[in-house]
Design a protein around this ligand. Structure first.
Ligand SMILES: CC(C)(COP(=O)(O)OP(=O)(O)OC[C@H]1O[C@@H](n2cnc3c(N)ncnc32)[C@H](O)[C@@H]1OP(=O)(O)O)[C@@H](O)C(=O)NCCC(=O)NCCS
Length: 143
């Protein structure tokens, strides 16, 4: 288990640290502008953008959403230096706690099929692969 992990909602001063974390975790894609993604989330249940801090520094994030049917998790990240110590598990427990409080019955999330580490992580913490194809349609171009 890791040392004390504080989990709290994102604050405006966290932008830089969170984007650095996402870059270190290879979560920033050419199609997505992370600053725009943060700004959008702050407009829609910004309290569900969670950060995890160890010794005062941001080491983890989880962008949590609920649209009345399913809970969604995006930008789920643990800093490479803090992995395999239970930080991811604890971030997900907090996400689940907050979604349960909203009455959310199920969490969905998408993971690139090549991301074997994340797949192993989700299986280890009790997620089961759904028999679905994931479709998307871009409504706005970031770049
Ligand atoms: C996936 C990720 C969040 C895991 O975070 P973490 O803090 O290392 O995970 P934990 O230490 O809480 O691990 C929880 C369980 O998952 C397992 N696990 C974690 N990473 C694993 C890996 N790379 N391979 C196999 N199992 C793994 C752990 O062994 C542990 O299982 P156990 O409790 O039965 O021993 C982290 O590797 C990460 O940020 N990856 C890059 C970003 C990413 O891909 N995010 C997901 C986007 S969909």
């Amino acid at each position: 288990m890791s040392a004390a992990l504080e989990i709290r909602p994102f604050k405006p001063g966290d932008v830089e640290a969170v984007i650095e974390l996402w870059k270190a975790c290879q979560l920033v894609r050419p199609t997505n502008d992370p600053a725009k993604d943060i700004a959008r989330k702050r407009n829609v249940r910004g309290d569900l953008l969670l950060v995890g801090l160890s010794e005062g520094r941001i080491v983890a994030s989880a962008m949590v959403g609920y649209e009345g049917h399913r809970g969604w998790i995006n930008y789920f990240a643990v800093s490479p230096l803090h992995r395999k110590r239970g930080v991811g598990r604890r971030m997900m427990e907090e996400a689940e706690r907050r979604l349960r409080k909203e009455g959310c019955p199920k969490i969905n999330l998408q993971v690139h099929s090549s991301n074997s580490e994340a797949v192993a992580f989700y299986k280890a913490i009790g997620f089961v692969q759904d028999d679905v194809l994931s479709f998307g349609k871009r409504l706005e171009r970031d770049n």
